[in-house]
Every structure is written in C-alpha cells, then in structure tokens.
Design a protein around this ligand. Sequence first.
Ligand code: GAP
Length: 512
Amino acid sequence: MTQEDVFKNLIAHAKEYGFIFQSSEIYDGLSAVYDYGQLGAELKNNIKRYWWDAMVRLHDNIVGIDSAIFMHPSIWEASGHVGAFNDPLIDNKDSKKRYRADVLLEDYLEKIEEKINKEVEKGRKKFADGFDEAQFRTTNPNVVRNVQKQEEVSRRMNDALRANDLAALKQLIVDCEIACPVSGSRNWTDVRQFNLMFSTQIGSVSEEANVIYLRPETAQGIFVNFLNVQKTGRMKIPFGIAQIGKAFRNEIVARQFIFRMREFEQMEMQFFVRPGEELKWFSHWKDARLRWHKSLGLGDEKYRFHDHEKLAHYANAATDIEFAFPFGFKELEGIHSRTDFDLSRHQEFSGRKQQYFDPETNESYVPYVVETSIGLDRTVLAVLSSAYSEEKLDNGEERVVLRLPAVLAPVKLAVLPLVKKDGLPEKARDIMNDLKFDFNCQYDEKDSIGKRYRRQDAIGTPCCVTIDHQSLDDNQVTIRERDSMQQQRVPIAQLRRLVEEQVSLRKWLERM
Ligand code: GAP
C-alpha cells in the first residue's frame, strides 16, 4: 500500500471512530474546516494539557492567558498583517480555479524531485551493489540537468517572493509551462496579492470603521497584554506568556486534511528577554521544544529542523520543526526570534510605552521576544498518522490499532464484562464508577470480547480490563495491554496503579 492509500485509510478511520468529521457535512461540507468528534475532542484536550503543563506548570517564569479573538483593528495594522499577510494568487481562465502561485511552483519542483528520484532508483537497480549514489547524482546527465533546473526555478521563485515581484512569479509559471491541473490549459490571469485575514463587522452598523478581523495568530493577544501580565504577575525578565486558542486564515490551498485549515488552533508562547540575549534563548527554546516533541515517543527520526535562511524583516533567527507527515516533511512548529518588532510597533501605534524596567541593570527597554508557535491540529495529525497501523496477527486475523502515546489516548481504560449476565455487568460498573474519577473510562458489554478488543485497539485505548465469573469470587480481573496484547490477571485493587503507570502525565513529562 502506498503512503497515499494509508493516509486515505487514516482519514476514513478518523471519521468512522468519531475523531474528525468534515464540517457541515450534511450540507456537503465546508472546505478546509473540520469538526472534532467525541474522541477527537478528548485527544485534542490531552495534547493541550501536555503542552500547557510542559510550558506553564513546569516553568515558574511562564504564565498562561486566554485573550479574545476579536481585537482592535489597529493591532493588525501595527503587526503588519493588514499590509503584508498575503498569498500570491493566480486564476486559470478556463477552469476558473484559483491557485497560490508559489504552490503551483512548489508542486512543479516536487515533480522534478520525483523525476530525479526515479532516475536514481533506475541507477540503483542497474548497478546493484556497485552503486555509488553520490557519484551518480553528480554525473548522470538527466539528474544533473534536473537538479540545475530545480535550483534555477527555486532561486527565481524565492527572489520574486522576496521582492514581491508578482510579474516575475507569473513569468516563471509561464516559462515552466505549468498547466492547470483541472483544465490542462496555460491560460492564466496575472498574479495578485490576497490578504489571508477574515474580516467582519462589529456593532450593528456595517461601516468601514466597524471592520474587525478574526485573529490570524494568537501571538498578538499576548503582545498587547505584555505589560498587564508583567505588572499584575510581578514577572521579571526573562519570562514567558503562553496561550492556546483559535486562529483563522483564509487559506486558498486547502488540502492534506487538517494540515492546512481555515479555522485552526495554535499553542504559542512569547518569551520576553533582554535585548542582546535573544539568540541564546532562541537556541534554548529550539532544544526544549524538540525535546517536548520527542518525549511523545512518535520516533526521533520523524523530526528535523529547517532553519530559515531568508528571514522576515522583523526576525533575526527562525527555524521550523518539521515532522514526517504521510505526505513528506512539513512544518509542525515555528520558533522565531522576533526582536522587539511587535512591542515597538504596538508602542508606536497605541502611543503607550511598552517598556520594562530592569531592576538588575537599572534600565528601561522594549524587550526582545523569542516565540514558539505550534499548530494543535497539525499535532493531532502527527500523532494520528504515526499511531495508525494496519496489522496482520500471528493467528491470521487483522487489526487496525492506534498506537497513541498512552498519555494522549482519548480513552485510557475499557471496562468489559465477559458476558452481560450473572452479575458481571454490575461488578464491571463498580470498577468503572471507581476509576472514572482517575481516568477517562469506557464501558462496553456488546459483542464478543475479541470484537470489543478490536474496537478499543482502533481508538487507541492502552488498557482493557475484563471481568469474568471468577472475578466475583477472587476480586481479580484480566488486564490487556494494547500494543503487546499481553494479558495478566491482577487484583482489582491494583488496577488504578497499573493504568496510572502507563498514562501518568508526570511520567511522560519527565522524559523531556
Ligand atoms: N505567531 C507565529 C505564527 O503564527 P506560523 O508559522 O504562521 O507562525 C505557526 O504558524 C503554526 O501554526 C505552524 O507551525 C502550524 O503548525 C500552525 N498553522 C499555521 N497555519 C495553519 C493552518 N492554516 N492550518 C493548520 N495549522 C496552521
């Protein structure tokens, strides 16, 4: 099965088991908007908690806030989003389909990459053991030509994007002879800029002055509360403010499931530091955030840094933590050293000083900021896609299992009476009623025990406990572990400890 097939199966699985639904499905859906079902909501909450506790609870110099989605429109002028939060768009005149010009070019570059890889694979087969890939890549004429083409196109694209030269972007699409995937024609409009912010009106009168935006990032809610929090929390630099919340972007290219959405959630932290110390903290947060990701145990090889060579005008260092999604390595989290850009701009636009008096240096200054910004939905996708596994068992049966990190699993414990009579359901309910204060438990008495195990595997429940006739006499039950499927007979009194050992937030966070 190809990666693409597995990804399709994962999307179907996420729907079938109540993790993620297309929004407004009964009205044929709304593109790039998704709803989280009963298990998706639990999974998301568990990820939020894992992030919040790692960032806020475990750092006595980081506090969390919850700012409003609606903010004063001047904030988006100051932050630069009104002027520059744009995507370059192009329409095909025949299909009337709209594309991001840079994405058309990136797809074109990906196709060249595929050609190169095919050529390399051909060489590997031809030369077998004597194959030297590095030498092949630098000497095979087809590969060399394609690499040169790739470099040339990518250089022209980056130059055009940096210079905001829309005519040059269009020319590059024409020169590469890129055709519309729908109509197959090369009949393109000019490229123009399209602002990604959603706007609406506040109050009852729809006048220009009443236009406000749905926030495209949560970070600005932190910046404009910097002094409120610093003063009321008596925070001393260096300190951080964290926040989890919705953000909205009118993304034109909506694809790859919950990877790129129009309404999504971010988990952001702004760390305020002394000017001149930002690069030290940037490096600190790069390491700390990677450790957080790795602690989830999805596989260390699935992460890599992508340091930005071309920096935004307000940044003096930036990197992405990329994750190996089913469609390749893509950004999961951004870490940016944003200098004093945002606070200084808010100082300028609001006319209010955004300075900190440093008692150690006896100086007032606008702090520098290092930001960590991770997409919650992308984390859900990272977790689900690494956990999803279709397995053939030794006895010839098949199972789909979500090997979720136990700390994130929506249901921690399934309570299963072997039969639904003879007092077993009552005994099972007693266990459930006790343990539901500690863990999210699910009770299930329908179908054979094998089918019930499969259902719990499919939603990633780390522990199943079965109550049988003997349990009524000896107060012991069978606990089954999801990944190994091993079973063990244990006293009911030990259940809480055994489940806790697997799902304890503390144990997982201590791995960081
Ligand atoms: N405050 C900085 C900021 O917003 P960003 O790189 O634009 O930076 C941060 O976004 C993170 O938010 C990304 O790494 C990604 O995980 C997530 N994100 C951004 N756009 C998204 C979208 N359309 N859908 C889902 N997640 C998105």
